[in-house]
Design a protein around this ligand. Structure first.
Ligand SMILES: *[C@@H]1O[C@H](CO)[C@@H](O)[C@H](O)[C@H]1NC(C)=O
Ligand SMILES: *[C@@H]1O[C@H](CO)[C@@H](O)[C@H](O)[C@H]1NC(C)=O
Ligand SMILES: *[C@@H]1O[C@H](CO)[C@@H](O)[C@H](O)[C@H]1NC(C)=O
Ligand SMILES: *[C@@H]1O[C@H](CO)[C@@H](O)[C@H](O)[C@H]1NC(C)=O
Ligand SMILES: *[C@@H]1O[C@H](CO)[C@@H](O)[C@H](O)[C@H]1NC(C)=O
Ligand SMILES: *[C@@H]1O[C@H](CO)[C@@H](O)[C@H](O)[C@H]1NC(C)=O
Ligand SMILES: *[C@@H]1O[C@H](CO)[C@@H](O)[C@H](O)[C@H]1NC(C)=O
Ligand SMILES: *[C@@H]1O[C@H](CO)[C@@H](O)[C@H](O)[C@H]1NC(C)=O
Ligand SMILES: *[C@@H]1O[C@H](CO)[C@@H](O)[C@H](O)[C@H]1NC(C)=O
Ligand SMILES: *[C@@H]1O[C@H](CO)[C@@H](O)[C@H](O)[C@H]1NC(C)=O
Ligand SMILES: *[C@@H]1O[C@H](CO)[C@@H](O)[C@H](O)[C@H]1NC(C)=O
Length: 514
């Protein structure tokens, strides 16, 4: 008896000893960590202003909220109206109207990608000794291998090339939604580096990506500065989510909103899992975690931007102002909300500062690290929401200067204000009273500080400000490069590529600098 007991005590003692050895070892590993911080850039897809718990208590995002409240919330963080342009801004530090990506996203069979003469953030980070990885959605071109992640600065890629697909089968249609035949075949778009990734049928992508990321973290060394770019599929349509997340919102009667909210909570759990892995494997203490959406919420598919005006794919605040924060144990001051202007193009120079590097001269992005750290004069007073390249004799775009925003042409549609649907409200004709036709050749001037929801058009009362901002917008328009929007090319049809969306059917444009 006593012998056994003694043994047990010795075991307990050994366990405690091992625990302390482990603790000391871990501390040593962390103590030896590189002084260059790890960078984790998390991008949610189509997540609206009103789709995170710090802006809307009906949404359950406890992990994101903990990171946000323990960091710095960027309350005026702006992105482009749709995916490819925002991702272009993240990767290049240029406004998409300077890159030829201003008009829309890259279509499935479009022979196009971001020109090779724009150097991507991971290419710059690699020069600084970083290990670089992307898990999730690419959407920056795939028709030529040189447009794809592992040819563009990433050591590894796990994810998909296109803009949306089924969350479980990881398949999508070759043609665009509008022209799609009802029985059109679906094809896989899922890769591990350059190889098709086949064993994931039936597994929800948010779970696949969080597991792929935590496994990756477990294999990497915290002594090597690491860049993780994590552009999740969630919460873009189609509305798909495991039942247990949907069941957390049984109070929401609107089916789309209920599913969508569940998708947001699954995403939140994935990010919680990744945070745990960063801590467990010794990365967290020396890391910068940045979070942003890529554009506003899609009210036709469960998303919500209330009380902001408009939708994804519009120049209104609801399309362009999104949830964002920076969380890091390395920040001097945390737990505050900043109302200073921040734009998607600013991530590149800001993160390069953190990495002890420097952005190339001539980019549009501004290093905002001091602003995020809560000191110095806010460096950004102006930005371009977008300038479209659709009709040379007409301008469509928007600019912000200080508190003022000028929209020329059309702000985009739907342009109303959409409260979160409580009963089945996703039939938007219920909102007709709020909607306006997107009349062309209109001009709007708003004071966003006083009127963040864009209710009061100041065009007639403030003609001088209109003139000043219009001149400024036209000056910027003169520096625009033409949009690269070639028509679809049937050579990319996956039927010709082993039934998998694959590179190899277009010439890449632009001369690579590195
Ligand atoms: C988070 O991790 C837990 C435990 O491993 C797992 O059961 C869960 O599916 C993960 N969640 C997501 C969204 O990946
Ligand atoms: C991708 O491939 C590598 C190398 O074969 C493997 O170690 C890794 O587990 C794969 N990743 C996923 C998420 O399957
Ligand atoms: C990693 O190194 C940095 C810089 O030396 C230090 O401030 C930080 O506390 C370290 N992280 C951990 C987890 O020890
Ligand atoms: C903290 O603030 C000081 C100036 O007050 C600055 O020198 C230092 O770089 C800041 N730390 C970080 C992580 O930015
Ligand atoms: C964040 O922005 C919203 C919308 O403009 C505003 O109501 C709120 O006061 C801002 N919060 C802070 C702390 O500036
Ligand atoms: C371009 O804009 C001009 C001036 O508003 C208009 O007359 C013309 O029809 C437009 N062209 C196209 C192709 O939309
Ligand atoms: C909402 O829509 C669903 C699916 O169309 C329908 O089954 C349900 O009865 C509707 N609920 C209300 C309150 O209208
Ligand atoms: C949406 O509502 C309008 C007006 O109430 C109705 O005419 C229309 O049929 C509805 N559409 C759908 C898809 O339910
Ligand atoms: C939407 O409009 C239809 C038709 O007018 C109406 O029956 C339905 O109750 C409305 N839904 C809500 C949530 O107001
Ligand atoms: C990819 O683009 C390069 C540069 O334009 C071109 O030389 C190459 O032939 C292209 N690859 C294919 C398979 O078309
Ligand atoms: C990149 O190449 C495109 C297409 O050739 C060109 O229009 C653009 O000016 C170049 N941009 C830079 C920054 O070199």
């Amino acid at each position: 008896m006593s012998h056994i007991r003694g043994n047990t005590m010795v075991n307990v003692g050994q366990n405690i000893l091992s625990f302390y050895i482990l603790l000391t070892l871990t501390q040593n590993i962390q103590g030896q960590n590189t002084s260059t911080p790890h960078i984790v850039l998390i991008v949610a897809d189509d997540l609206g202003w009103n789709d995170v718990s710090w802006n809307n208590p009906d949404i359950k995002t406890p992990n994101l909220e903990r990171l946000a409240l323990g960091g710095v919330i960027l309350n005026q963080s702006y992105v482009q109206p749709v995916c490819t342009p925002s991702r272009t801004a993240f990767m290049t530090g240029y406004f998409p109207y300077h890159v030829g990506r201003q008009n829309t996203y890259i279509h499935h069979l479009q022979p196009s990608g971001v020109f090779l003469n724009y150097t991507y953030l991971p290419e710059k980070l690699k020069q600084l000794g970083y290990s670089t990885h992307v898990v999730g959605k690419w959407h920056l071109g795939y028709c030529n291998w040189s447009y794809t992640p592992t040819f563009r600065g990433f050591d590894s890629f796990f994810g998909y090339y296109l803009g949306s697909e089924d969350y479980y089968t990881h398949e999508t249609h070759p043609s665009e939604f509008k022209n799609r035949g009802l029985n059109e075949q679906l094809f896989l778009d899922f890769r591990n580096n350059t190889k098709p990734a086949k064993g994931y049928d039936g597994i929800y992508s948010t779970q696949v990506f969080s597991k792929a990321t935590t496994e990756l973290i477990s294999r990497l060394s915290p002594r090597v500065p690491t860049f993780l770019y994590l552009p999740f599929q969630a919460v873009h349509s189609p509305l798909e989510v495991p039942q247990k997340y949907q069941d957390m919102y049984n109070n929401i009667k609107d089916v789309n909103r209920r599913k969508y909210s569940g998708m947001v909570t699954a995403l939140d759990e994935a990010i919680g899992n990744i945070t745990i892995a960063l801590k467990k494997f010794g990365f967290y203490g020396n890391s910068i975690i940045a979070f942003t959406t890529d554009n506003g919420g899609q009210v036709y598919a469960g998303g919500n931007n209330w009380p902001l005006r408009g939708n994804k794919d519009t120049l209104w605040e609801g399309g362009t102002r999104g949830p964002a924060f920076v969380h890091s144990p390395l920040l001097n001051r945390t737990g505050f909300v900043t109302d200073n202007l921040f734009h998607a193009v600013d991530w590149l120079p800001t993160l390069l500062h953190v990495a002890h590097g420097q952005a190339d001269p001539g980019i549009d992005g501004i290093d905002q690290w001091n602003m995020i750290n809560g000191y110095g004069t806010p460096p950004r007073n102006e930005f371009i929401y977008n300038i479209y390249d659709t009709n040379t004799s007409r301008t469509r775009g928007a600019i912000r200067v200080g508190d003022y925003k000028l929209i020329i042409g059309s702000g985009g549609s739907p342009s109303g204000w959409f409260p979160p649907p409580t009963v089945n409200c996703t039939n938007l004709s219920n909102y007709t009273i709020y909607q306006q036709n997107p009349l062309e050749d209109q001009i709007y001037l708003f004071n966003i500080r006083n009127d963040p929801t864009e209710h009061h058009n100041l065009v007639t009362s403030s003609p001088h400000i209109v003139d000043k901002l219009r001149r400024r917008l036209l000056q910027h328009k003169a520096t625009m490069i033409p949009a690269d929007d070639p028509p679809d090319d049937p050579k990319g049809n996956p039927k010709l590529w082993n039934n998998i969306f694959s590179p190899g059917w277009c010439k890449a444009k632009g001369i690579k600098r590195f």
